[in-house]
Design a binder for this molecule. Structure first.
Ligand code: HPA
Ligand code: ZN
Length: 327
């Protein structure tokens, strides 16, 4: 009980949250009505009942359908602001938000509208909630390289409103090396680099994210334990893994929370921390993830809690001076 209280009260950073994955069913229906968008489900309860996933793709299909209600600048602001209020309740003091511009530009929404709404929410989070917040633009890996390059080029007029690029969506069959050139272009523009790898995909995808894309963090990465040599490399370099426990259980990466390999990752000396991924779809925000993880895994104690929280700050893209105020 003392450990649960400590986990809840501790200041923490969130490094793996898709802002479109924070869109709660109630807000989906509100925005659908506001924008005159038709939905496939008749009610909030019916929509929530459809949240039964068997793998990553079964989730993505519903996640992209949910995002179809986002059209105006205010929609993107409202979504992100709702997240920040929940983050504040969990004592999140720093958040790096993924967003998926192609999900919106493919529907005719201007990328400037997407970034303006999200960035305004980030600024208000700092001003009103004391949460430092920044944006990471993710490329959809099921789309082609040309679309990713066009997206980065379209975002460059707003270069000062996001800090980095990432890679998400359907992992299997879409290895990191497909995006070598757009990541090189982003790096040349001074952007920070991350990529989803080793969620459903093999250790080889983690290796090519590091060697070909030159990422600074691996999102998920839990399948690294299929390769002892890779685990050793990740430990030696203290490469951060942004682990998302409830997501991994809901998408059947691990059968139950008691089977999650987070204790093994920490025992191997990896720089892992806990994140919420798509909290509106996977059953909860950051503190819910932390409590569910510690409840199911008695190997995790106060030392592991401290390590996870500490790693969340040191793996962040906040400046060293900012980090010094937290750790
Ligand atoms: N994996 C890949 N793509 C995603 C995810 C995820 O967990 N969440 C939102 N897009
Ligand atoms: Zn993710």
């Amino acid at each position: 009980e003392r450990l649960r209280a400590l986990l809840q009260a501790a200041p923490k950073a969130e490094l793996h949250i898709h802002i479109e994955g924070s869109l709660e069913p109630e807000l989906i229906f509100q925005l659908a009505q506001r924008n005159g968008v038709a939905l496939a489900h008749p009610s909030v309860d019916a929509l929530r009942a459809a949240y039964a996933f068997t793998d990553l793709q079964s989730f993505l299909d519903i996640y992209y359908a949910g995002a179809s209600v986002l059209l105006q600048e205010a929609d993107f602001f409202d979504m992100a602001w709702a997240y920040f209020l929940r983050a504040q309740a969990d004592n999140v003091v720093h958040a790096e938000l993924f967003f998926d511009p192609q999900t919106h530009t493919e529907r005719g929404v201007d990328i400037g509208v997407v970034i303006a709404g999200l960035h305004r929410a980030c600024q208000q989070a700092q001003a009103q909630l004391g949460i430092s917040a920044s944006l990471i633009l993710c490329f959809l890996r099921h789309l082609d390289e040309a679309s990713a390059i066009a997206t980065l080029n379209a975002a460059m007029p707003y270069r000062d409103q996001f800090i980095g690029v990432g890679l998400d969506s359907s992992e299997r069959g879409h290895p990191p090396e497909k995006f070598a050139r757009v990541f090189a272009q982003a790096k040349a523009a001074g952007l920070r680099l991350v990529a989803h790898a080793g969620e459903e995909g093999p250790p080889a995808y983690i290796e090519s994210a590091l060697d070909v894309l030159q990422v600074e963090r691996i999102d998920h990465g839990v399948r690294c334990t299929d390769s002892p040599a890779l685990v050793q490399r990740l430990a030696a370099s203290r490469m951060p893994l942004t682990v998302c426990p409830l997501s991994n259980v809901k998408l059947c990466v691990h059968p139950t929370m008691a089977d999650h390999n987070l204790p093994a990752l920490l025992a191997a000396g990896l720089c892992a921390m806990v994140n919420s991924d798509d909290p509106a779809y996977f059953g909860g925000y950051l503190n819910t993830n932390l409590l569910a993880t510690f409840d199911a895994l008695p190997q995790l104690g106060v030392a592991e809690a401290w390590a996870l929280l500490h790693n969340s700050f040191t793996a962040s893209f906040a400046t060293k001076a900012q980090q010094a105020a937290w750790v």
